[in-house]
Design a binder for this molecule. Structure first.
Ligand SMILES: [Zn+2]
Length: 312
């Protein structure tokens, strides 16, 4: 092997003769010098290419696509659920509105029936949201409007409830006043046998004061309360025989005497018209009758005006 070396500086050339082994060694060295970087570069390129391909491998892409699809299905399901819930709530609101309209109508009727002053109740005020015929569409309700509508409806129902409770209390008071209003006879069958005032005493034959009104009838016939009240006496009393006394409040009380049998006891609350005793002739009595007395502020008064006045 012969190597020729050219020198620029001197413009001449030199040649070196190498032996077979020296030439082979030089060749190997040159090959190494060029081959190793090239191989390294090729390996680098391959690695880069591999890593890129790794990300975009078809199986991986498939997995991601499936996951994305699953997410989309879940979102769609959630949206559908939300829509159906909204539709259900819309129906509920419509139902509540219908009930409110009915409550309003009922309130108005009761107000009219009770002959309450106009303006005391404002049932005629229409609900602010309109009737149940309102078009129901999921799209027409955006969440803030919807919750506002429910809030308003709840408020209206609460107001109406309060008004109806007040109305009920008023009517109950009025009913109670009617019930404790003394009117009518203490019997259902029978006849008046003696008036209130001066009369000849059936036992002594002398003029005496009769503090009540007598109603005669068959033995055991019903004796009824002329007004609601509380029983304050039920038992024997001198001259009265078996007697029931009822306190009606406001200074009024009534007595029912000469009974065969009392059907109520002290502390009982009795209704107007309730049967409280059976007619008899117990005590200072000459025949089956009820001696009926009305007391006003502790003094016996003539019952006839109470008996004949009409019930309220
Ligand atoms: Zn009498």
């Amino acid at each position: 092997m012969k190597i020729i070396i050219l020198s620029k500086k001197y413009g001449n050339c030199r040649s070196i003769n190498l032996g077979i082994w020296s030439g082979a060694l030089l060749s190997v060295c040159l090959a190494c010098l060029i081959g190793v970087p090239v191989a390294a570069y090729v390996t680098y390129l391959k690695l880069v290419s591999d890593s890129k391909n790794h990300l975009l491998e078809p199986e991986i892409r498939q997995v991601w696509a499936e996951r994305l699809q699953e997410q989309e299905i879940l979102i769609e399901q959630a949206r559908q659920q939300a829509e159906s819930k909204l539709a259900a709530l819309t129906l509920r609101v419509a139902e509540l509105q219908t009930r409110l309209v009915r409550i309003d109508a009922l309130g108005e009727r009761l107000t009219t029936m009770a002959k309450l002053d106009n303006g005391e109740f404002d049932f005629s005020q229409p609900p602010a949201l309109g009737g149940p015929e309102q078009e129901i569409s999921g799209d027409s309700f955006s969440p803030p409007d919807f919750s506002h509508a429910i809030e308003e409806l709840a408020q209206q129902i609460e107001n109406r409830q309060h008004q109806l409770e007040t109305l009920e209390a008023l009517l109950a008071n009025r009913k109670l006043e009617n019930d404790v209003f003394i009117a009518g006879r203490p019997i259902t069958k029978g006849w008046m046998s003696s008036r209130y005032g001066r009369r000849t005493d059936p036992f002594t034959g002398r003029i005496a004061w009769h503090s009540g009104v007598d109603f005669a009838g068959k033995e055991g016939s019903d004796i009824i309360a002329v007004a609601a009240g509380v029983v304050v006496w039920s038992g024997e009393r001198s001259g009265y025989g078996h007697m029931v006394e009822i306190n009606h409040g406001k200074g009024f009380s009534t007595r029912y005497a000469h009974n065969k049998e009392n059907l109520v006891k002290v502390g009982d609350v009795v209704k107007k018209g309730q049967i409280i005793a059976r007619m008899g002739t117990s005590g200072r009595s000459t025949g089956h009758h009820v001696h009926f007395e009305v007391y006003k502020n502790g003094r016996a008064v003539d019952p006839s005006s109470y008996i004949h006045r009409a019930s309220r």
